[in-house]
Design a protein around this ligand. Structure first.
Ligand SMILES: Nc1nc2c(ncn2[C@@H]2O[C@H](COP(=O)(O)OP(=O)(O)O)[C@@H](O)[C@H]2O)c(=O)[nH]1
Ligand SMILES: [Mg+2]
Length: 722
């Protein structure tokens, strides 16, 4: 294949709801470009894009695919993104490297959730959008209604470039208002006849044209003048106005197609080549250091790795966009993040699993390479002289988590390895081993996402696993003062052990004044005593909260050298709280008395005395279990508010407020983490997938008495034999 220059490149991401026809459209574009000579289809499991086994089983894209087609002297790189929100990772990385986002609509269904979500993502990433109303060949397609709904839900700046003359099963013609022609198809070769616009369509076509010109003129004033003067625009004038409008997100042109019948796709590709921006017509990239890096083939070479995949018999393939300069075969580049040198031994252009070796790839183009040492998604590779790093991809925070365990203990290591491999391919999968919970946790964009992870473990890695509810990071604390003594004594044979500690503990509260000198402290709800504070140590606990330790020993009843051992004993118990074995926090301890033995006292004795005195005191100090509370913000279509609300109430949520945002309500609530298990699934089923939510840790709060009782009982049952 030829080496394409920067101005001959178009990068488009196909996005939209699952089933709108992205993969079929990509297949048709490859066919029309002569890259393939036969169109596969999704049902027959033979499309170029959905080449992975899991996608063929699901009959749906799960990962994004990188494809290209060659058309009218241009190379169109196509990023076919998955539709389901669980796989938004592929959508984000595709949009990141695309210069134009193609939002595909299933015309018979109107604006579906996936379309709305993709639209919002494109807006957030400031990407130009072209809309393709696909599936026009169905019963009950109402094009005008679709446009009204799109203007309502997406943008008023929609401009109809084509509309179907006969939407429905007989669909075979559109009016193209830029060409001012009727395009008509006879067969699935893709070629359209260009006919005069029929009389009865003239008025409507002109209305759409005027609306289009008006929008184009908002971006390019000179156009408006020309239009008013001559009453028409040349195709060239129109093209320039549209291009500017598209880049600035002032115009979102609408096209029509039946990707399956191969109607409308060729004209759409012409438009992409003629009007959609090439990479150098888009605003220049800016590195994290603030360097402006124009997409210039004569600049220093820099690449951004936006995706990787593990392919059988090949290993890890890295997909990159050339951000500046050009990359040639066997070129050495630096991976800034890893400070290592990488040799780009072979570079490819890819369509699905097919790779075409090329000698050179220019700025703005997309390519792939294999067998790099250290490079991963999000890394920048560049020449020594290019001193910049590009920003990483930004994914939504995870929505679903589960604990995961290998059914066969011997597989634990293999499981971790497999999960980390999958995470490299899919940055929205987060893998973490929690030392505190003693569980392997995985986080993803929804339950379906994690079920696909399980499919891979079962079928590709052959590891038998179970998903478990994640444990909750409970904390323990006390609510009132208490006093306890403990004597540790062992005198059977050999050296003896002896240590005795008296202490008072009380809740620590932020901002409470320090105790010093002669101080009266409470020993219980009613009792009190006077102690002399000799020293204070304040520790921030690694799991949050504090331990404040007062040394109030007078007259040397416990030698100073044993004090650290006593504190160590207390620390040990804090690490495994007396109620449920969770971390304890926010406690103040006064060690005010004790006893030593001239021979038998040693550190271990005082550690044990400290630990046990603390444990005894803890039990009578009104101990309470704390649970993590999250601030949850849910964006709900107004008509589904009731269901979402009652579901939240069943989750011990406290509703904090509500705000209207168009057809949505933003609901703010505080919810215990323990009740958020599978929330994304419940929310999705309560709103047909139209809601979204975020959650972030707020604070620890006491659990209600009934929940505490249940937790105590569970812990007791689990530890009966110990
Ligand atoms: N009738 C009709 N079917 C289509 C059209 N485009 C795609 N399809 C079918 O719709 C289903 C989903 O298409 P697919 O390309 O997988 O959608 P994706 O999820 O957006 O990638 C497949 O069975 C396609 O054959 C179209 O324009 N008309
Ligand atoms: Mg698909």
């Amino acid at each position: 294949m030829k080496v394409y220059q920067t101005n001959e490149i178009r990068n488009i991401a196909l996005v939209g709801n699952a089933g709108c026809g992205k993969t079929t459209l990509a297949e048709t574009m490859l066919f029309l470009g002569g890259v393939i000579n036969r169109r596969g289809d999704v049902i027959s499991k033979n499309t170029v894009s959905d080449y992975r086994e899991v996608e063929q089983i699901q009959q749906n894209s799960i990962f994004s695919s990188v494809l290209y087609t060659e058309f009218a002297g241009n190379k169109i790189n196509i990023l076919d993104a998955p539709g389901a929100d669980d796989f938004v990772g592929g959508v984000i990385s595709s949009m990141h490297v695309a210069d134009t986002v193609v939002l595909v609509l299933n015309s018979q269904n109107g604006i579906e959730v996936g379309a709305e979500v993709s639209w919002r993502n494109a807006a957030r990433m400031h990407k130009p959008v072209i809309i393709l109303a696909n599936h026009v060949d169905h019963d009950n397609v109402n094009f005008e209604k679709l446009i009204d709904e799109s203007k309502d839900l997406l943008s008023k700046k929609l401009a109809v470039v084509q509309y179907p003359v006969n939407a429905g099963p007989d669909f075979n013609a559109v009016i193209d208002v830029v060409k001012m022609k009727m395009l008509k198809w006879k067969d699935d070769s893709g070629k359209a006849e260009e006919l005069e616009v029929p009389k009865e369509e003239k008025e409507k076509a002109e209305e759409y044209l005027n609306a289009l010109v008006e929008l184009a003129a908002e971006s390019e004033e000179s156009l408006m003048e020309i239009f008013f003067e001559k009453g028409t625009l040349t195709e060239e004038e129109m093209k320039n106005g549209l291009k500017k409008g598209i880049i600035n997100r002032d115009i979102f042109p609408v096209f029509c197609s039946s990707a399956k019948r191969n109607y409308g796709v060729q004209r759409f590709m012409e438009f992409i080549c003629n009007v959609a921006p090439s990479p150098d017509q888009m605003p220049a990239a800016v590195s994290v250091e603030g360097t402006v890096v124009p997409c210039d083939p004569k600049g220093l070479t820099s690449l951004f790795v936006f995706k990787s995949s593990l392919e059988q018999h090949v290993g890890e393939i890295l997909y990159f966009k050339v951000m500046s300069g050009e990359i040639v075969e066997a070129q050495d580049l630096i991976n800034k993040k890893k400070s290592s040198k990488e040799r780009m031994a072979q570079i490819f252009c890819v369509y699905g699993k097919n790779r075409v070796k090329v000698p050179k790839i220019c700025a703005g183009d997309i390519g792939a390479t294999v067998k790099l040492k250290d490079s991963k998604t999000d890394h920048t590779l560049c020449t020594k002289e290019a001193d910049w790093v590009f920003d990483t991809l930004k994914f939504p925070s995870p929505k679903h988590r589960t604990a995961i365990k290998a059914n066969n203990e011997a597989d634990e290591e293999k499981l971790a390895e497999a999960l980390y491999k999958m995470r490299d391919e899919d940055p929205t999968l987060i893998v973490e081993y929690s030392k505190e919970l003693k569980q392997m946790l995985i986080y993803g964009q929804g339950e379906h996402h994690l079920n696909i992870v399980k499919w891979h473990l079962d079928n590709i890695y052959k590891i038998d696993i179970t998903f478990l509810a994640p444990r909750i990071q409970y904390r323990e604390t006390i609510t009132k003062p208490a006093q306890a003594d403990y004597r540790h004594k062992k005198q059977s044979g050999g050296a003896g052990q002896f240590g005795e500690v008296h202490m008072v503990i009380e809740p620590y509260e932020e901002g409470k004044p320090d105790s010093s000198g002669q101080t009266t402290i409470k020993t219980a709800n009613k009792g009190q005593m006077v102690v002399t504070v000799r020293g204070k140590e304040e520790d921030l606990l690694p799991w949050g909260g504090k331990l404040v330790f007062y040394n109030c020993i007078v007259g040397g009843v416990i030698e100073a050298r044993f004090m650290p051992a006593i504190k160590k004993g207390i620390m040990e118990k804090l690490e495994e709280g007396p109620l449920t074995g969770s971390y304890a926090r926010d406690i103040q301890v006064y060690v005010y008395d004790g006893k030593m033995h001239p021979v038998d006292s040693n550190e271990i004795s005082f550690k044990l005395a400290g630990l046990n005195a603390f444990k005894e005191a803890f039990k009578i100090a009104g101990p309470k279990i704390l649970e993590p509370i999250y601030n949850v913000e849910v964006r709900i279509p107004s008509d589904r508010m009731g269901d979402v609300m009652s579901d939240l109430q069943g989750r011990r949520a406290v509703i904090m407020g509500m705000e209207n945002e168009g057809r949505y309500e933003i609901l703010k609530a505080r919810v215990p983490l323990a009740e958020m298990n599978k929330y994304s699934t419940a929310l999705s089923s309560n709103t047909s997938g139209r809601a979204s939510y975020t959650m972030e840790f707020s604070e620890y709060a006491q659990v209600p008495p009934d929940v505490q009782e249940k937790l105590l009982k569970t812990y007791e049952d689990e530890h009966k034999d110990e």
